[in-house]
Design a protein around this ligand. Structure first.
Ligand SMILES: C[S@@+](CC[C@H](N)C(=O)[O-])C[C@H]1O[C@@H](n2cnc3c(N)ncnc32)[C@H](O)[C@@H]1O
Length: 288
């Protein structure tokens, strides 16, 4: 049976679906346990949970409860991940009362999660909130976790950085640098999705914490393969689903707020519509 049908058997009718994406308007903790119970396995998870900092989509909890919640979810993800699968967890900072003002969430969770930590990726963005009493934050972390440290997907050639300083430099007559570009390193400079008059990103939706498409594209291309099932338990505006849909991956996700589920559905439908218009009138889109 096709992979998404098995998921539908486990979770029931989705809020929205198309040929490659299933969205569930559901608490991910409940959804993950249903998937586990049904014996479903996924290839990869790419997600960004709430950071417990009082955004409109979260209820602030005591820090310990937040950490336990995030660890429980991560360990449920471990249980439904295939043996060669991965978990990409994007997190920022929170205040730990009497201990620290801008404490990286990675410090609180990294070794409480059952996965093997392959590497920490630093996502550096050029602009963001301007702090008054400490340095303006300009990075978040992505923990690249694996189920098996020897058996995992890493498509380096698909994510090479073509911006090479001396591309023609040779050693013993051979080009020193790969013609596809250099390893993109563990520091990724990718702009945030911005909002506001005159500076709003083109990809902006109404969701207040949207991932940039470029950030997710690098993870999807680098750490998953065509046909894989990618999970996003905290879909938000659905960036992971959009990138998967555009790159021949299947995706399934949970989002607890119905209005955000509708935002995702509208976002994906508008892409599908634009693609079908392109297919009908290709000449309209030719670059001259
Ligand atoms: C940081 S945002 C994700 C943003 C997303 N990466 C994007 O590109 O738009 C976290 C999302 O998780 C959702 N959420 C919070 N708790 C949840 C839960 N228990 N189950 C499912 N979704 C949840 C929130 O409503 C919010 O939209």
């Amino acid at each position: 049976m096709d992979k998404l049908k098995l998921i539908q058997n486990a979770l029931g009718e989705p809020y929205y679906s198309n040929d490659s994406v299933f969205i569930y308007n559901m608490d991910c903790l409940k959804g993950l346990k249903m998937l586990k119970h049904a014996g479903i396995k996924i290839d990869a998870t790419i997600t960004s949970p709430p950071y417990n900092i009082g955004k409109e989509y979260e209820k602030v909890m005591p820090v310990n409860s937040f950490v336990n919640w995030l660890v429980e979810i991560s360990n449920d993800i471990y249980d439904i991940t295939k043996a060669d699968g991965c978990y990409l967890l994007n997190v920022g900072y929170l205040e730990v009362p009497k201990k620290g003002r801008a404490v990286p969430i990675t410090y609180l969770v990294w070794d409480k999660i059952k996965f093997y930590l392959n590497q920490e990726i630093i996502w550096n963005y050029g602009a963001g909130v301007a702090a008054k009493h400490y340095l303006s934050p300009r990075n978040e972390k992505i923990l690249w976790y694996l189920k098996d440290d020897e058996n995992y997907t890493f498509n380096l050639d698909d994510i090479r950085d073509p911006d090479v300083k001396y591309p023609n430099q040779k050693k013993k007559g051979k080009l020193r640098c790969n013609t596809l570009g250099k390893n993109p390193s563990d520091v990724w400079q990718i702009a945030k999705v911005t909002s506001g008059a005159n500076r709003s990103s083109e990809e902006r939706t109404s969701h207040p914490a949207q991932f940039p498409v470029d950030l997710i594209t690098r993870m999807v291309m680098g750490f998953t393969n065509k046909g894989d099932i990618v999970l996003d338990p905290f879909m938000g505006s659905g960036t992971t689903a959009e990138v998967c849909m555009n790159n021949n991956r299947l995706s399934v996700g949970f989002e607890i707020r119905e209005d955000y589920c509708q935002t995702i559905a509208d976002r994906l439908e508008s892409i599908i519509k634009a693609e079908s218009v392109k297919a009908i009138s290709p000449t309209l889109f030719q670059v001259v």
